[in-house]
Design a protein around this ligand. Sequence first.
Ligand code: PLP
Length: 391
Amino acid sequence: MDSPVDANSPPVPFIDLAAQHGPIADKLIAATTRILDSGQFVLGQEVADFESEIAAYCDAAFAVGCASGTDALILSLMALEIGPGDEVITSPFTFFATAGAIHRTGATPVFVDIEPGGFNIDADAVADAITPNTRAIIPVHLFGQTADMDVLWRTAVAHDIPIIEDACQAIGATFQGRRTGVLGKMGCFSFFPTKNLGGAGDGGIITLDDEKLAQHLRQLRMHGDTGGYHHVTVGLNSRLDALQAAFLRIKLVELEDWTRQRIAAATDYDRLLSEHGLSDRITSPVTFDNRRHVFNQYTIRVAATDRDRIVTSLRDDGIGCAVYYPLPLHRQPCFHSLGYPQGSLPESEAAAAEVISLPIAPGLDSVARERVIDRLAAACGGAACKQRRAA
Ligand SMILES: *Cc1c(COP(=O)(O)O)cnc(C)c1O
């Protein structure tokens, strides 16, 4: 077997936020002082300025900041008055929050399997899942690449059902040249620290073009207050902090550069995987035509029988990696009552058994990338590693 990490090969962390903040630390500290001096900590001008900048970035008319990506999803559903008895179609292969938000409103998540060869909802299969109770479709742009919005949009229009994008992992991604956030009725983003644009804590935002809906969202995030402590509907307490907005405004300036670094790293990983002759054992992520993939994750697939062993081997060698996500949502214990047996959504179940996400955060240099693939090749090199594409 290959030797474990040696002194000349430093570990490669999965993500290193301190390294990301280093070059902009002076600006972040100055912003902290400015916000402390202002005494305005929740919403206010800083948040309003950030909302304008995100709206401009996404080419949306409006943006409404809130406390998290999860809340962005919940608020979007609430704004459409979706609740008990309603069904919302989404992907089972996503972070829990997508379906958790649907459940929180009282509505029922309806899971449609992912497309073979990709990680997003099978857009062609969505129409078959629509019933008279379907009130929204939430595609998730998983790992930084959009779902097939063309097909989804046509289905949504044909049935007059709104699309809410879960764009939490895909800020700056595009479909046919249009950015996420305006590919449906509303776009939901998260500023959790590990997202492509992350704060120093929780945060989220909703982008949209509909002014009335934007106003409604602004009320809903403040307990449904229509002004002067007058409440026609019951909302949430879900606001964005001024401090987060100030940090995010500084980081938004860097976002395009960071995104380019992610894309370059992904291209380099693709090259290294093929140069190491790993293409038959490892499936690298596919970028579809007409889409800009922003690589919140670089997620490979290996044989299910080898996956956990490879993950352990990489970690033993000091290579950070993660399994996003090991159990699809239709198989989560909390959703057993929805009645999706094992095998009911086979593409999602296969993906959950085969995926490994490799380090891709900005700042990951070529030496680190080569080391990741070198250690991956070593982990895959043993006779125990089966040919993934035997047929
Ligand atoms: C991160 C994430 C969320 C939730 O965002 P939070 O800010 O953590 O609440 C929702 N959906 C997806 C796909 C995510 O990756």
